[in-house]
Design a protein around this ligand. Structure first.
Ligand code: FNR
Length: 386
């Protein structure tokens, strides 16, 4: 054990701790990307490559990290991304993370395929949160979900468009989660048996392990093979922009289209009535070899920035990455794995502490860049000299 394991501070620290605590197949399910994981790496390096300008003597006594995300004040240009089955990483993890987000003053996004239902999250928190939707073949069920979301106080719908089919995450195959047969089951049993802290927190105290929003639609999420079968049977690959028009009519609140990488698709999203897009490749979990999402923000913002808000996710690992995203033209960023690792390692407190670190990192960077307000961060703070 090293000193970093005693007090986790950064995303990398939480990742290390989560890795020790979770059964192997769950850790790999969270961390992994599709195929050769080229895009997973590209997401991180697209942020790492960017350089900021150090500016001095500018009176930065009034640094303020607050901003507005889809018409609501947030303490940072940051939201927690939707993560399916989060409640398998820590006990009722969606509730823990939603509370941490509320504490920090930023939005939490509940996934269609969360363990905790919309109602459970709403009962545990005060303010509105975001709801992420996958289009299911059963449109009546989708309408029902939207009604539940509205009743639970959601004002923003995040509609994910980059999963017409599930990407090929080969770690899941390797761990025997998919198509594993008896060897797969034995391997899973061994992995579960070697994670006693997780087994107590999630396996015992974290029940029930059903998909809170879909409980009458799909079997137990502990069975990833059944889940995959559900995705194949219910997720609708025939979805087109026409369906967004339908969705727009069903949903009176804000609509964000998540999973757009190209300017042309962003324009189509706005034409279909979206209030914003999330530039995203699903954290490198879908089409491998697609570019790092940060590298696409400027083009998308150039295309629709005047009409709609641009968000980005994939590879954000610090407050500095948040500043860089805003400099590229994003209204804000979403984080996925960082909060998953934090909640798996230390529950709500872990997420709160990580968000507090991000806040400090943004504020400190702003002061050292000579800017006081988020609105003052634009392409001029980026250093193109390398
Ligand atoms: C996801 N993501 C995701 N997206 C979505 O729209 N609905 C979902 O249910 C899920 N589920 C999910 C599970 C896990 C384990 C991960 C890691 C990711 C994608 C997520 O919202 C986001 O786009 C990425 O996680 C962003 O990349 P980083 O921050 O993880 O690098």
């Amino acid at each position: 054990m090293s000193i970093y394991d005693v007090i986790p501070i950064t995303v990398a620290d939480y990742r290390r701790r989560a890795r020790r605590r979770l059964p192997r197949f769950l850790f790999d399910y969270a961390e992994g990307g599709a195929n050769d994981e080229l895009t997973l790496a590209a997401n991180v390096s697209a942020f790492q490559r960017l350089r900021l300008k150090q500016r001095v003597m500018r009176d930065v006594s009034g640094v303020d990290t607050a901003t507005e995300l889809l018409g609501r004040t947030a303490s940072l240009p940051l939201a927690l991304a939707p993560v399916g089955m989060a409640g398998m990483f820590a006990r009722r993890a969606e509730v823990q993370a939603a509370r941490a987000a509320e504490q920090a003053g930023i939005p939490f996004t509940a996934s269609t395929v969360g363990i905790c239902s919309l109602e459970e999250i709403s009962n545990a928190t005060q303010g509105p949160f975001w709801f992420q939707l996958y289009m299911l073949r059963d449109r009546e069920f989708v309408s029902g979900l939207l009604e539940r979301a509205a009743n639970a106080g959601c004002k923003t719908l995040v509609f994910t468009v980059d999963l017409p089919v599930a990407g090929l995450r080969l770690r899941d195959f390797r761990n025997g989660l998919l198509g594993g047969g008896l060897p797969g089951k034995l391997s899973k049993f061994t992995q579960l048996a070697s994670s006693p802290a997780w087994a107590w927190d999630v396996g015992f105290r974290g029940r029930p392990h059903s998909f809170g929003n879909l409980s009458d639609k799909v079997a137990n999420p502990e069975d990833l093979e059944a889940y995959k079968a559900f995705v194949d049977a219910q997720f609708d690959p025939s979805c087109t922009w026409e369906d967004i028009h339908w969705l727009r009519d069903q949903w009176p609140g804000k609509l964000l289209i998540k999973g757009v990488m190209e300017a042309e698709d962003a324009r189509a999203a706005v034409d279909a009535g979206a209030d914003g897009v999330v530039v995203s490749n699903h954290g490198g979990r879908q089409l491998d070899a697609v570019a790092g999402s940060a590298s696409k923000v400027q083009a998308v913002a150039g295309a629709i920035g005047g009409q709609a808000e641009v968000y980005v996710d994939g590879g954000v690992r610090s407050g500095l990455d948040i500043v860089k995203a805003v400099a590229l033209g994003a209204r804000g960023v979403l984080i996925g794995r960082p909060w998953v690792f934090a909640v798996a390692a230390r529950g709500q407190q872990g997420v709160e502490d990580l968000l507090d670190l991000f806040r400090r990192e943004v504020a400190t960077a702003m002061a050292l860049m000579g800017v006081n307000r988020i609105a003052d961060i634009d392409a001029r703070v980026l250093d193109n000299s390398g």
